[in-house]
Ligand binder design. Structure first.
Ligand code: PHB
Length: 396
């Protein structure tokens, strides 16, 4: 945890440094010929650690390709979005209108993403989503200039219902932070679990970012379901895992989740995390050379263990490298950039993946269990899973 805090402090210093660049006259900017890349990520609050992992991943992917984009140097900008939806549009506009970025990489929180999506659609700025799974971004509100390197909120949970049912779970309680991410994760869970033959006996929730779980855990104890499935992420996840065990539910009512529950937090959750089964498009223990190489290089560069967020950031960096290489850094050629990104094959630590028509990863979902402090792969829960992209009328 100390190292993480150190990294966060360093990030804060970079925010300050970047803002001094904002004082440069417009003309000097134009002549500098640099690609202006803006990070809009949470650097404080529940999802702060996720923002840092994403930024690390992006920087590492670009560093590995010589530190430039399409042959041009990079000028970086940063905004801490605080996972605060009410400030989403304003923060995105800070990057687009004030900093004149060529590309926004962000964000983590689905509610904040809706602000970025509005600004991206109105301004046409290239937008790469390295986490937030809000359906609309690659469904009804999809856009030629918006690409996601992570997932839709229902993707991991669409793969969760059947393995749970197959493991003997007939009646489940769902619990989540109540906002788009949790509600859409529930859509995937309900669909897959009921289709397999299971029944969701109760849906529980609390507002983000509250972490007072006690009353809800008491309710779960009185319902006595066969299992609990959930969506919690960031700093809320280890708190939920520990509170679940402290309430005496661990070992009695098995805990399942979309894999964010056990990403980057197993150490913080401690022994209470052992045995939790999740589905996710990545796993620490994924036994492919690309993952091993990635994990070693990341640990060496940042003195941290990577997680799914670092992977999604890394793939955002890889996507940007490919897009700008295709036009040799000519940012004016937006159509060719979009085309290159649409047809990109991303050689990811999670395994190779491609873009769906609506610009969301088509990817495998792994079934994992926490064992000795690590997410261990115990199966493939879904092969080449694509989001429906319902309502996306790209190019129509
Ligand atoms: C989201 O708000 O879309 C979100 C946040 C954190 C996650 C996953 C999804 O781990």
């Amino acid at each position: 945890m100390t190292t993480r805090r150190l990294v966060l402090t360093r990030s804060a210093a970079v925010v300050g440094a970047a803002s001094t660049g904002l004082l440069l006259p417009q003309i000097a900017r134009a002549q500098s010929g640099k690609v202006r890349v803006g990070f809009m990520l949470p650097y404080t609050g529940t999802y702060a650690q996720l923002g840092v992992a994403i930024e690390n991943g992006v920087r590492m992917a670009i560093d590995e390709k010589g530190g430039k984009l399409g042959g041009r140097e990079i000028e970086w900008f940063k905004v801490d979005d605080e996972s605060e939806p009410a400030k989403g549009v304003e923060n995105a506009n800070r990057l687009v209108q004030r900093d004149k970025v060529d590309v926004i990489i962000g964000t983590v929180h689905s509610g904040v993403q809706m602000g970025i999506q509005k600004v991206a659609r109105e301004s046409g700025v290239l937008s790469i989503i390295p986490n937030a799974g809000v359906h609309a971004a690659t469904r009804a509100l999809c856009a030629p200039n918006v690409f996601r390197t992570s997932f839709t909120n229902s993707q991991p949970t669409l793969a969760l219902g059947k393995p749970m049912f197959d493991r003997g779970v007939k009646k489940a309680v769902w619990i989540t932070h109540k906002y788009a991410a949790g509600d859409e994760a529930f859509e995937g869970f309900r669909e897959s679990f009921t289709k397999a033959g299971g029944t969701v006996v109760k849906e529980l929730g609390l507002p983000f970012p509250q972490v007072e779980f006690q009353a809800l855990l008491t309710e779960i104890a009185s319902i006595k379901p066969d299992a609990v499935a959930c969506f919690f992420a960031g700093a809320a996840a280890p708190k939920f895992i520990r509170d679940y065990a402290a309430a005496g539910l661990k070992g009695k009512i098995p805990l399942y989740g979309s894999g964010f529950l056990t990403e980057g937090v197993i150490e913080a959750a401690g022994p209470a995390a052992e045995g939790i089964v999740t589905t996710m498009h990545y796993s620490d223990s994924l036994d492919i050379p690309r993952n091993k190489q990635f994990r070693l290089a990341y640990a060496k560069m940042f003195r941290l263990q990577p997680d799914v967020y670092a992977v999604q950031g890394y793939d955002a960096g890889q996507l940007l490298v490919q897009g700008l290489a295709a036009v040799k850094g000519d940012l004016g050629n937006k159509q060719a950039i979009s085309k290159a990104m649409e047809s990109a094959v991303i050689d990811s630590p999670r395994g190779k993946w491609t873009m769906s028509k609506s610009h969301n990863p088509v990817q495998d979902m792994y079934l994992r269990v926490v064992e000795k402090g690590e997410n261990k792969v115990i199966g493939v829960a879904a092969k080449a899973l694509a989001d429906s992209g319902a309502g996306c009328k790209m190019g129509a």
